[in-house]
Unconditional design. Structure first.
Length: 67
C-alpha cells in the first residue's frame, strides 16, 4: 500500500464537508462490519465462553438487572 496514515489524515482534513459526511458514513459502516466479524470469530473460537459463563452465573444469583 502506498499511503501512510499521516498522509491519509491530511487528505481527510482537506475534504469538503459533503465528502467528509460521506467518508464518516462509510467509515462507520466499515468499522462496524470489522467489529462484527471479530466478535463472530471470537465467539466461534470460544474466546467469549468464559465471559458468557461468568455473566450467566451472576444472573443466576440475582446480580443482574432487567433492561
Amino acid at each position: 500500500m502506498g499511503i501512510t496514515v499521516e498522509e491519509l489524515e491530511k487528505l481527510i482534513t482537506q475534504l469538503p464537508q459533503d465528502q467528509l459526511r460521506k467518508f464518516r458514513a462509510w467509515y462507520e459502516k466499515f468499522d462496524s462490519d470489522v467489529w462484527d466479524e471479530q466478535i463472530k470469530k471470537d465467539a466461534a473460537s470460544g474466546k467469549l465462553d468464559a465471559l458468557a459463563e461468568a455473566a450467566i452465573a451472576e444472573h443466576r444469583v440475582g446480580r443482574s438487572k432487567k433492561l
